[in-house]
Design a protein around this ligand. Structure first.
Ligand code: CP
Length: 314
């Protein structure tokens, strides 16, 4: 087991488990490092030569796993890992604590995605190398929140003062939980828009309402003209215990050209992806769509995080 005592802005050896573990100063620092490292994302670097990243993914992923792997390669490091638990020794009954204690012999940092809430925290208690939470059940996805903030900052040149709407599945969507925690450290006005059955989890709401103005609602139409950012999410079908409940909320929100008639000219639309039907393809070509830029920013942010936790940037 490891004891992690770090000064406020020291990231070397640090686990990244929850956005709640970050101060605003730390987030601002990570955003600054991402900005500084972005040119390297194009040119490449040997900053992490001889370092190895292990990606242990017990749930499906396209962006998180591949962007961490791409980030590691762009910094001169190497990657190992598995993309589904079925092909690992988990299948033979190996528990998570043993798995990370084995993998730490092969890798300098581990990115873990797991269906169970608390899994990343548990892994961090047993691993001697840094654990980065790549998504823990419906709980949190902190690196997604950091890349979301980086995208907002790049597009808007600020985070403070913005009107932001989080739309869709606020109950099971882990990205919105981490993003809401992160945004509550800034001076933003947050609208959280969902069907009644998919309202923001109470534990998240209680924390963010202490810090910022939060408006909870089920309709988006009347707030659209005021918004600077629409953060749209997929209804997480795979997390519903009862598919009949999913059927009731499926397609609850859909952003299309009609929706965009009365929005600010510089309003931007973000989405962690994958999308299903909540943003019509016709929106992709409008000046509002930024979800594919978010994908690029994901590599940049993950390069910054790997460089920081592996001590390549002091
Ligand atoms: N945004 C995100 O977490 O995507 P993946 O599930 O593809 O990693």
């Amino acid at each position: 087991m490891k004891v992690c005592l770090v000064s406020r802005l020291e990231f070397k050896g640090r686990d990244i488990i929850s956005i709640k573990d970050f101060t605003r100063e730390e987030i601002d620092y990570v955003l600054k490092i991402a900005g500084a490292i972005e040119p390297v994302a194009k040119s490449g670097s040997d900053m992490l030569q001889r370092k190895t990243l292990a990606t242990l993914f017990y749930e499906p992923s396209t962006r998180t796993r591949l962007s961490f792997e791409a980030a590691m390669h762009k910094l001169g490091g190497s990657t190992i890992g598995f993309a589904e638990a079925e092909i690992a020794s988990v299948k033979k009954g190996e528990n998570l604590a043993d798995t990370v204690r084995v993998v730490e012999s092969y890798a300098d940092v581990i990115v873990l995605r797991h269906p169970l809430e608390g899994a990343a925290r548990l892994a961090a208690e047993f691993a001697k190398v840094p654990i980065i939470n790549g998504g823990s059940g419906a709980e949190e996805h902190p690196t997604q929140a950091l890349l979301d903030l980086y995208t907002i900052l790049k597009e808007k040149r600020r985070i403070d003062g913005l009107n932001i709407a989080l739309i869709g599945d606020l109950r099971y969507g882990r990205t919105v939980h981490s993003l809401a925690y992160a945004l509550s450290l800034y001076d933003v006005r947050l609208h959280i828009v969902s069907p009644e059955s998919l309202r923001m989890r109470r534990e998240v709401l209680d924390v963010i309402k202490e810090k910022i103005e939060v408006v909870q609602q089920t309709e988006i139409e009347e707030i659209l003209p005021e918004m600077d950012i629409l953060y749209v999410t997929r209804i997480q079908k795979e997390r519903f215990p009862d598919l009949a409940e999913y059927a009731k909320v499926k397609g609850a929100y859909r952003i299309d050209l009609e929706t965009l008639k009365n929005v600010k000219k510089d309003m931007i639309i973000l989405h962690p992806l994958p999308r299903v039907e909540e943003i019509a393809a016709e929106v992709d070509e409008t000046p509002h769509a930024r979800y594919f830029q978010q994908v690029w920013n994901g590599i940049v942010m993950r390069m910054a995080l790997l460089a920081l936790v592996l001590g390549a940037i002091e």
